[in-house]
Write a protein that binds this ligand. Structure first.
Ligand SMILES: [Zn+2]
Length: 529
């Protein structure tokens, strides 16, 4: 809508300019247009462009895995502090120390060991062939697994939130298992070989699972652990002190991720756990599905799992008194070379099934969308996603490093052309040695996007955040008209009307959006006074 109206203005100006006898005075450019021009002038200077995009308010990061987002320097330091060791051949950490492993604290005096651990636990200096890089990435999680123990959750959150705040973001959603594996392992024995995979069976198994005392105990312990983590992170960031870290101003919400490399009964159990944990933990707002999409189990059970999630989601929506739980799914993070010859058809339907069967409101990656042939094909899928407002979490660095997909080979332009909402996200900024600014730089350079488009993506990140409450905007993804309660208010002004104040207090999502608008107003004024 915005796009067409600005085209209309340009067209009108173009016609007027042809009339030499009656010149019309030039229309004053909006501040946004002047900022857009300013960014264009920086394209030849990568340092200046980077500084500009670092300072630009960037809304929220909707696709970030806690385990992959922690900076590798921090992981090494924590492991050393906690007395963990590392095997100097495989670089697998252990705590208690495995036989033959050396203390990680050795890295403090042994630079070569430090560098070797750094490169084993991250993508630092890993220009190798694509499939080797792909494998190296997924192996890294297992190598430092012994360091990122539950006792370091508060440090992890503090690290991630601090970085988001410094890079001018106001919101982060973190994906994590939160002990869902326990739900999975308790669920599998409830199924027999003669059970069918239908709605009645799945809901009966759900009932049996949640009746297990072990299941309920796991939820209770996890809810306490999350509360402690969130509190501990704020303490580490000094949020109640005069020197509070920028991370204190970043709101965090959580998504419980099922691990898709298990079999379907286990994944089902993980999701049942996720929905129940969400009822107990205010910050849990949704579910996801993680680990390699090309894993044999991920492929074998893909359709069954989409059906199972749709079933659980319907149940949750229809049951009176249950908290709304949103769905975002990794889907279409595939390239032909990671699939065997017999599995190539998986490029054809994952995104459509995630949206249609599992009710995904957001898709993570969506990199193979143009290969989709299910239903009426890719064009139709893009139209459907646009109409339904299904947003794609675009992870440019991750897709370049792990899928070898960048520039024109990336479908971001197709999503934009078809008005599918998109937002930039970091995926695993720790392992990938990146940050959200780097994603904006990649969007500006490798994808050639201008300031207006980047700003729209920053706004979309909050429009499609799973934070509670209504949007600030009257029409979805149309960032021109604010809700009536705030219609007479201006984000750059310090005081709010009583109606707007009430509306923002009641709607977390709108309050984050208001915060972004205020930041954008200050930022744009600083560039174009
Ligand atoms: Zn991811």
């Amino acid at each position: 809508m915005i796009k067409f109206s600005s085209f209309a203005i340009v067209a009108a100006l173009g016609l007027s300019a042809c009339n030499e006898e009656d010149p019309i005075p030039p229309v004053e450019k909006t501040r946004e247009e002047r900022v857009n021009e300013h960014m264009e002038s920086l394209r030849s200077d990568s340092t200046a462009l980077g500084t500009f995009l670092f300072s630009m308010p960037k809304g929220g990061d909707l696709h970030s895995h806690t385990s992959g987002a922690i900076t590798t320097e921090k992981l090494i330091a924590w492991g050393a502090e906690d007395g963990a060791c590392v095997n100097t051949t495989t670089y697998v950490a252990s705590n208690p120390c495995a036989v033959g492993a050396v203390p990680l604290s050795t890295t403090e005096s042994d630079r070569a060991l430090y560098d070797a651990v750094m490169s084993a636990w991250s993508m630092e200096d890993h220009p190798g062939p694509l499939l080797t890089a792909h494998q190296h990435f997924f192996d890294a999680f297992g190598k430092y697994g012994a360091v990122q123990l539950d006792s370091r959750n508060d440090d992890s959150y503090a690290d991630i939130l601090s970085r988001a705040g410094k890079h001018h973001q106001v919101y982060v959603e973190l994906m994590q298992g939160f002990g869902a594996g326990r739900g999975g392992s308790l669920a599998t024995p409830l199924f027999t070989s003669t059970d069918t995979w239908d709605k009645a069976t799945l809901l009966a198994k759900r009932q049996q699972l949640i009746a297990l005392p072990d299941f309920q105990n796991a939820l209770t312990a996890q809810a306490t652990s999350i509360a402690n983590t969130l509190k501990g992170a704020r303490t580490l960031l000094g949020c109640d002190t005069a020197q509070k870290d920028p991370g204190c101003d970043v709101d965090v919400r959580l998504l419980v991720s099922a691990n898709r490399t298990a079999d379907r009964t286990n994944v089902f159990g993980q999701w049942v756990y996720a929905y129940e944990l969400a009822q107990k933990v205010p910050e849990i707002v949704g579910v996801n599905l993680v680990s390699p999409e090309e894993n044999a189990n991920s492929l074998a059970f893909y359709q069954d799992e989409m059906f199972a999630l749709g079933t659980l989601d319907d149940f949750n929506d229809q049951e009176v008194g249950r908290k709304l739980v949103h769905v975002s799914l990794h889907a279409g993070e595939l390239i032909p070379s990671v699939l065997g010859a017999q599995d190539q058809q998986h490029m054809n339907f994952h995104i459509r099934e995630a949206v249609e069967k599992a009710h995904a409101e957001r898709i993570g990656h969506g990199a193979d969308v143009l290969s989709e042939t299910a239903g009426d094909g890719a064009e139709d899928l893009l139209r459907d996603m646009s109409a339904a407002g299904v947003m794609v979490e675009i992870c440019l660095t991750s897709n370049r490093v792990l899928l070898g997909m960048s520039g024109d080979a990336h479908p971001l332009a197709a999503y934009l052309k078809n008005n599918v909402p998109v937002a930039l996200a970091t995926d695993d900024s720790g392992i990938l040695r990146g940050d959200i600014t780097q994603e904006y730089v990649a969007a500006a350079t490798a994808q050639g996007l201008d300031y207006k488009t980047l700003k729209k993506m920053a706004r979309a990140s909050l429009e499609h955040a799973f934070a509670e409450g209504d949007s600030l905007w009257v029409r979805r993804d149309d960032f021109t008209t604010a809700a009536t309660a705030c219609a007479s208010d201006k984000p750059e002004e310090a005081t709010l009307s009583a109606s707007c104040e009430g509306f923002l207090a009641a709607n977390k999502r709108a309050s984050l959006q208001w915060k972004l608008e205020a930041q954008l107003a200050v930022f744009e004024r600083s560039i174009a006074p």
